[in-house]
Ligand binder design. Structure first.
Ligand code: AMP
Length: 204
């Protein structure tokens, strides 16, 4: 199913943010949603990890922040996202996973979309209690190979950064009536159904 939709004679792409704290299941759900709705999945965390694995200047710089559980500075992150998007063609919509994580990132994304007469359509925020998040990330750390998934102090730091710097992005889109909370507890399929229900509303 594609989320391209018609309004008058114009075709719009869906611009969708999957939001929530680290370990809330964004990556897993984004991959499933991207497949079902034919959306291009952009994960800034994955982009940084790929740069780091290739030992690029950007990747090595990003690693300094990632390994401490801190956010990579906005100008680096926004530049990387713009670069990625400008090199894509023939995409029927986007799912943003792990971006925007600050208000300046949200504003930069809004401006970028505005250049092509588009805007964020929907932000869905996965809600998961902190202790459950820590448990999930430590479990993921057994196989993910991510150093930031193996250290409880770094995990708690990432959650704190989410609360201090990222959670306000929900409000940015709530003011526009675009943000919704989703219960992030349950099986992967149960949570997927909840997300699909909301996405289906905007294609009606
Ligand atoms: P994630 O895979 O989304 O959990 O991201 C892993 C790490 O990459 C984060 O803890 C940050 O250090 C960095 N990162 C990913 N996305 C962003 C972003 N939008 N802004 C700043 N840092 C980011």
């Amino acid at each position: 199913m594609s989320l391209l939709y018609l309004c008058g004679s114009k075709i719009f792409m869906i611009q969708f943010i999957l939001f929530g704290p680290p370990g809330s299941g964004k990556g897993t759900q984004a991959a499933k949603l991207a497949e079902k709705y034919d959306l291009y999945h952009i994960s800034t965390g994955d982009l940084f990890r790929s740069e780091t694995a290739n030992k690029t200047t950007l990747g090595l710089k990003a690693l300094e922040y990632m390994s401490q559980g801190q956010l990579v500075p906005d100008e680096i992150t926004i530049g990387m996202l713009k670069n990625k998007i400008s090199n894509l063609s023939e995409v029927s919509g986007f799912i943003y996973d792990g971006f925007p994580r600050t208000n300046p990132q949200a504003e930069a994304l809004d401006c970028l979309l505005q250049e092509s007469n588009q805007a964020i359509d929907l932000l869905l925020s996965l809600e998961v209690p902190e202790d459950e998040i820590v448990k999930r990330i430590l479990n993921r750390g057994k196989t993910s190979g991510r150093p930031d998934d193996n250290d409880e102090a770094i995990i708690r730091k990432r959650i704190q950064v989410y609360l201090d710097e990222t959670s306000i992005v929900f409000e940015h889109y709530a003011k526009l009536g675009k943000s919704r909370h989703i219960n992030g507890i349950g099986t992967i399929e149960e949570i997927f159904e909840r997300l699909c229900f909301e996405l289906d509303q905007i294609c009606k």
